[in-house]
Design a protein around this ligand. Structure first.
Ligand SMILES: [Zn+2]
Length: 468
């Protein structure tokens, strides 16, 4: 018998999987510990005027698919009207079959708007009207949507110079969902462009109230901001890097490199590597000192299309999977931190699926018995944030580590509608376990498995990150 498209047992092939999902996974709140939504929009409880604004603004996954489908840039990032953009997306969706966008799009329509129709130009009019009417109601304000999705905690992604004023406004407003900052100091080590770097360091100095002319002053300023983030509830950092860098250096070398770049002289490749090696180490020390978790998102080859980069900037859908050397420098960086017992809790995310097993074994090297799952293999990320990618990540983690200690899914998204990705993940998790049970590969113990599912969906993350 042909199954109905995306019914309540979507992706749940076995009866065990269905039970695990409906009686356990589905009931758990969402702990979204890494995303890119704008805290200002939560603070102001933004109300979107139409579905295009919440769906297509800033969503480079969709722009990429639209471009691939022959849609002009005007309808992706350009000045076409919201309705025109929506129509181009409606034209594109039927061509996204078997791409995760097809699933995400229909899950979002179903869960948030109660729309059970297949999205295409034929249904575009009614879907436009129905969504927009709902978006005008208080239940569909930003906070309304977060509440609908049963979100317990959100961690945004913030620069060390951010004032965190919106996080404070949200906290003071008594909003039930905790909205916490996360520390992303990528710009503080981006010495490859000395002009941009110096402007940034000037801003950092202003915010920290420290004139930054030496490396020690740079560290003082960053530490002050790190403490400020800590006082505002931050317990988590994040680094977007092509690969870990852990070259040898001395402190005096780094100080002279810093003075060189501050003086406006560019650094060569080798010196840039030295500087970044030192920064990654120092950031790790700071995170350990304050009991934080550090995240490394490793392996993206960014801004490949220089024509579009010049026109539109970063994060517009022209990034892809890189093939950098990962294992040796990552091992060296983690070891360098561990050697004096200063390795913070760490989550490693690989973008290249070939690195699943590499990372799966790397995390085992630095588990130290202090915290369950101290070093984590992060969930399938970006291009791997789909059925196949999630399954491969969970299989690698199962084979090489302890799936039961996994802190689970995050949206890593710029959109308030993407909480359905947690549902997508949970269904895949339950499906994997269900298959194993029905094949006799793991015991049919629904108490044990139900607990495991609840832990991976929520409890593990809450206990691991210790935000409370
Ligand atoms: Zn991210």
């Amino acid at each position: 018998m042909i199954k109905k498209f995306m019914d309540e047992n979507f992706l749940l092939k076995t009866e065990t999987a269905q039970k695990l999902y409906h009686e356990h996974a589905k009931l758990m709140p969402i702990f979204d510990y890494h995303c890119h939504i704008d805290p200002k929009e939560i603070a102001e409880n933004k109300q979107f005027e139409n579905i295009t604004q919440i769906w297509l603004y800033g969503d480079h996954y969709k722009w990429r698919a639209m471009r691939t489908n022959g849609v002009d840039e005007r309808f992706c990032t350009g000045n076409a009207t919201d309705r025109e953009k929506f129509d181009k997306w409606a034209e594109t969706v039927p061509y996204t079959l078997r791409n995760p966008l097809y699933h995400w799009t229909h899950l979002e329509l179903k869960r948030f708007f109660g729309i059970d129709k297949i999205f295409s130009p034929a249904t575009a009019d009614e879907i436009w009207e129905e969504c927009n009417a709902k978006l005008r109601t208080p239940e569909y304000s930003v906070r309304g949507i977060i509440k609908q999705a049963n979100v317990h905690t959100i961690c945004t992604t913030d620069d060390p110079i951010d004032s965190l004023e919106y996080h404070r406004i949200i906290k003071e407003s008594g909003f039930e969902t905790a909205v916490l900052p996360a520390w992303r100091p990528d710009k503080a080590m981006a010495v490859e462009n000395e002009k941009v770097f110096n402007q940034y360091i000037d801003q950092l100095g202003d915010v920290a109230g420290i004139e930054i002319n030496s490396f020690d002053q740079l560290m003082d300023a960053l530490d002050k901001r790190h403490q400020f983030f800590h006082e505002n509830g931050c317990r988590l950092s994040d680094h977007g890097i092509e690969t870990a860098i852990a070259d040898d250096y001395t402190k005096s070398e780094i100080d002279s490199l810093f003075r060189q770049v501050r003086g406006g002289t560019p650094l060569d490749e080798q010196k840039i590597r030295k500087f970044k090696s030192c920064m990654l180490y120092e950031f790790g020390i700071m995170d350990h000192k304050r009991g934080w978790t550090q995240q490394f998102h490793i392996g993206a080859l960014r801004n490949n299309n220089s024509r579009l980069f010049k026109k539109l900037g970063a994060d517009i859908g022209c990034d892809s999977i890189g093939d950098f050397e990962i294992a040796r420098p990552l091992s060296k960086l983690l070891d360098r931190l561990d050697i004096n017992n200063q390795l913070a809790k760490t989550v490693l995310y690989n973008l290249n699926p070939r690195d699943n097993e590499l990372m799966g074994t790397m995390i085992g090297n630095f588990q130290d018995g202090s915290v369950p799952g101290k070093i984590q293999l992060g969930s399938g990320w970006w291009f791997l944030d789909q059925k196949d990618g999630m399954e491969k990540q969970m299989n690698a983690l199962s084979n090489l580590g302890l799936l039961s200690r996994f802190v689970g899914m995050l949206t890593d998204s710029r959109s308030f509608l993407s909480y359905t990705r947690h549902e997508y993940f949970r269904r895949n998790l339950c499906n994997l376990l269900g298959n194993d049970v029905e094949n006799g590969e793991i015991p049919n113990d629904l108490e044990l498995l139900g607990k495991m599912v609840e832990n991976i969906c929520f409890n593990n993350a809450r206990e691991y990150f210790k935000f409370d």
